[in-house]
Design a protein. Structure first.
Length: 129
């Protein structure tokens, strides 16, 4: 029967040491990936809300207030906490309607905030002769 060679005494404890060094780095990378996912989702909600508000403000007979309320409603329905502290501004000119949605994404680190600001502009509906 062949017996395995004994490990050298200089290598004892190297696996726990490697784990202790690598585990925090791996957890940090995983946390950064999750945080990036939160940021991208909040950004997508903000741009979708801005587009929804711009479309609502662009209808013939609608105004900037229609765009503000449509964007705020969309962000609260779809975002469900992904986009916090939502502020909406809207303008409607003779040819374009623009809505800007601003908010903060969820953060894994307390006190650290990531501001999101997205705008959308669409041509207004109007009767031309």
């Amino acid at each position: 029967m062949i017996t395995p060679k004994r490990a050298r005494t200089g290598e004892r404890g190297s696996v726990p040491l490697e784990t202790a060094v690598l585990a925090p780095a791996i957890l940090l990378i995983i946390g950064l990936i999750v945080q990036a996912g939160f940021w991208f989702h909040a950004r997508d909600v903000a741009i979708a809300a801005a587009e929804e508000g711009a479309r609502a403000a662009a209808y013939d007979g609608a105004g900037a207030s229609n765009g503000r309320s449509a964007a705020a409603d969309f962000a609260s329905r779809v975002g469900r906490g992904a986009l916090k502290d939502v502020a909406v501004s809207a303008t409607r000119g003779a040819t374009t309607a623009t809505v800007t949605v601003t908010g903060h994404s969820i953060s894994l680190v307390p006190g650290l905030t990531f501001t999101i600001q997205q705008s959308a502009s669409v041509p207004t509906e109007r009767i031309t002769r």
